[in-house]
Design a protein around this ligand. Structure first.
Ligand code: NAD
Ligand code: MLT
Length: 523
């Protein structure tokens, strides 16, 4: 994807706040709104779309992605991207973005509502009133004060639930493999291992993504370790609480009640859980508030406008390198990494044995994350069957068997602000950035006292300087001009010359007798 992607047709295929369309159109982006499309209709519609924006109803499967001939970006107005085949999108170089914070508060508030509803059976009591009853005995509830709430997943939503339920006097304990105990203590959650959590909880609420490691987090075995009558809330993703195990626990009384906003299949065909008297359920309403929808619609639209206008990106799910591609201080380094990758591949066949990338200087300390995909882009430029960009570069390089390793050296060499070194086998290139221009400083130990700007068509060769007249002659025949000439010093290593040409020479055949090596690249 070129930085500043041009998007002329963006399809919004789920119902979204009108501000999304308005913001996109305001930035000159063409928008088509069509929700409720069948798979066949979506397959036909997506063909010529540059962008796609969805909530959770549209399933962006690999066949939809394959059918999209021009698609550059998939925007998910919401958190979970489980309805998007991110790997298929990445392989095709399509950027996937979401709005991870836009609906967190709404989902947290619904969870709190579910906890209160479970404690006092509010939905069941309301339904009984509508049925004309006045049943005060049946709906005996419990206070939340002093009860223990177990929170599994202490990210954006889990922590907001904790803070809110503490105001009801609940004790909040929890578990998250990434959040430190110190961090969770700051929002009042004591972390414990899962096996210690199960027997302590009156209520358990899950707030993790659906991953192999979280699928069936509550199952027959873990339910058996819980307090009898434990109440369970799932406003995250269907399947984190095993639905079969939940039904069995409800039937045996091991689980006293469950509140479900999400299901493994939506809408659920099997109604056993929904119809259980101790279950309250919603049709995936966690994010269904005016505020959340307006935030998510606005955020995804603005993120796409930022992409088009080449501004720093937020909410990238894949292609994190793109997040840095537009910042003025990183942009030239990304260009340098890509061009060094192209030159390295042209100079040596040894890239298949592995490419080592070394960043020098403290300014490049964290640069590996965006420079490596750019190096991969360069290495694959001439060989890949499909478009290679910062989104798919690394994946395609891995699939092509190219192993790229990276190390960082905090000390800049010489007086440089930073240096980037690429090597494969015996070939080594060192480059840096001068102003905004990517330049080559060293090739196999040969130092260019006047660094070579890495742009346009460059001819690299190793020979006596007297070859210049031969090259000028060849250029004349090819109606091309010599734009600049750089020669390395010969203090150490080899002596190299680099000429910049107005257009590529049709063949290097005539040079062969005069040079030890010669390659031509167009950057
Ligand atoms: P988040 O990424 O901020 O937090 C998720 C947390 O889960 C992370 O801190 C992660 O470390 C933790 N986690 C991962 N594996 C775990 C495990 N095995 N045990 C315990 N914790 C684990 O996500 P979030 O924004 O808080 O969203 C949480 C969930 O809610 C997601 O599944 C999201 O899709 C869903 N969601 C649902 C609705 C809705 O409408 N019902 C709305 C928004 C979000
Ligand atoms: C989400 O992950 O953001 C939610 O499932 C909300 C939604 O988009 O409906």
């Amino acid at each position: 994807m070129a930085p500043a992607a041009a998007l002329s047709k963006v399809l919004i295929s789920d119902s979204l706040d009108p501000c999304c369309k308005e913001i996109l159109q305001g930035a000159g982006i063409g928008v088509l709104e069509k929700s409720g499309l069948s798979k066949e209709q979506l397959l036909a519609e997506i063909k010529d779309c540059d962008g796609l924006i969805v909530r959770s109803a549209t399933k962006v499967t690999a066949d939809i992605i394959d059918a999209a001939e021009k698609l550059q970006v998939i925007g998910r107005a919401g958190t979970g991207v489980d309805n998007v085949d991110v790997e298929a999108a990445t392989r095709k170089g399509i950027l996937v973005m979401n709005t991870p914070t836009g609906n967190s508060l709404s989902a947290a508030e619904l969870t709190c509502g579910m906890i209160m509803s479970l404690a006092r059976q509010i939905p069941q009591a309301a339904a009984s009133m509508k049925a004309g009853k006045w049943d005060r005995k049946k709906f005996m509830g419990m206070e939340l004060q002093g009860k223990t709430l177990g929170i599994l997943g202490l990210g954006r939503i889990g922590r907001e639930v904790a803070i809110r339920m503490q105001s009801f006097g609940m004790k909040t304990i929890g578990y998250d493999p990434i959040i430190t105990p110190e961090e969770s203590a700051a929002f009042g959650v004591e972390q414990l291992p899962l096996e210690r959590i199960w027997p302590l909880c009156d209520f358990i609420t899950v707030h993790t993504p659906l991953l192999p490691s979280t699928t069936g987090l509550l199952n027959d075995t873990t339910f058996a370790q819980c307090r009898r009558g434990v109440q369970v809330i799932n406003c995250a993703r269907g399947g984190i609480v095993d639905e079969g195990a939940l039904l069995r626990a409800l039937q045996s009384g091991q689980c006293g009640g469950a509140a479900l906003d999400v299901f493994t299949e939506e809408p659920p065909k099997d109604k056993d859980l929904v119809n259980h008297p101790n279950v309250i359920s919603c049709p995936h309403l966690g994010a269904s508030t005016k505020e959340a929808q307006s935030r998510c619609g606005r955020e995804i639209a603005m993120q796409i406008v930022d992409l088009v206008q080449g501004r720093a990106l937020a909410g990238t799910v894949n292609g994190q390198a793109l997040g840095s591609a537009y910042a003025s201080h990183t942009k030239p380094w990304i260009a340098l990494a890509r061009t060094l990758g192209i030159v390295l591949r042209a100079l040596t066949q040894q890239v298949n044995g592995g490419v080592q990338v070394v960043t020098h200087g403290s300014t490049l300390q964290k640069a590996g994350s965006y420079l490596i995909p750019a190096v991969a882009m360069g290495l694959l430029k001439e060989t890949a069957q499909k478009t290679v960009n910062l989104v798919n570069g690394l994946l395609l390089a891995q699939e092509a068997g190219l192993k790229i390793t990276t190390t960082h050296n905090d000390r800049a060499l010489g007086s440089e602000e930073g240096l980037l070194q690429l090597s494969a086998g015996t070939c080594m290139l060192t480059g840096s950035v001068q102003g905004d221009v990517a330049v080559l400083r060293e090739l196999n130990g040969a130092v260019f006292n006047h660094p070579v700007p890495l742009t346009g068509t460059l001819l690299f060769y190793r020979s006596k300087p007297s070859l210049l007249p031969t090259i000028i002659g060849l250029l004349g025949k090819a109606k091309a001009e010599l734009l600049s000439y750089h020669r390395s010093s010969i203090l150490t290593g080899e002596e190299w010359s680099v000429t910049s040409l107005s257009s590529a020479l049709p063949s290097l055949q005539e040079l062969k007798p005069h040079v030890a090596e010669a390659v031509q690249v167009t950057l």
